[in-house]
Design a protein around this ligand. Sequence first.
Ligand code: GRF
Length: 228
Amino acid sequence: MGGSRSRGGGTLTLTQVMKRIVILISGRGSNMEAVVRACAAEDWPARVVAVISNRPGAAGLDFARSCGIEAEVVDHRAYADRLTFDQALAAALDRHRPDLVVLAGFMRVLGAGFVQRYEGRLLNIHPSLLPSFPGLHTHQRALQAGCKIAGATVHFVTPELDHGPVVVQAAVPVLPGDDEASLSVRVLQAEHQIYPRAIRWFVQGLLQVQEGVVRQTAGEAQQGWFGP
Ligand code: GRF
């Protein structure tokens, strides 16, 4: 990736045009894994330069290391409050000069200062069809509400929890006899389809937010996706 090419008379190294992605996780990291695999397989103009977890034991850290990606921990328990944790996390992130910060099962609420620092380059995936069911226990709540369709949403992060501009959504059926476990497996499969897709659009420069609504400027216009 260290080659060079000419542009407008100047010379840019390929590492300069590659967008730098940092992924934040707290645990399993299956979405992170889906993004890392798609980034490599689909030859994105980007690379995942680091994975950061707030939990030392996060299983996803091992996968990142096995791919040669820098994996580090900023343990929230080492900080007195949210603000000092957010500051430490931002310092760790900024060392990697991210063009895009991807929350992938990152289970800490981030303060407004942190969110504003990365505004427009901070994405999250949430396991519901937002604006329904922001917050925790989404599958249980969808089942209790008698929903016939569940799903997942990729959105830009804003200071209000799980409320930012929607990039792409996947809908999956709620089947008779579903419980939280079976529904979450079906939704997770859909998450693994839409998150890499949304991130590819971002690094290709195809997304624009206009008055709180995401528009795709070119390419695949279909931002609703129907899963298994
Ligand atoms: C996913 O369901 C994601 O939508 C939610 O947390 C879960 C993380 O799973 N925010 P994983 O760590 O990516 O496997």
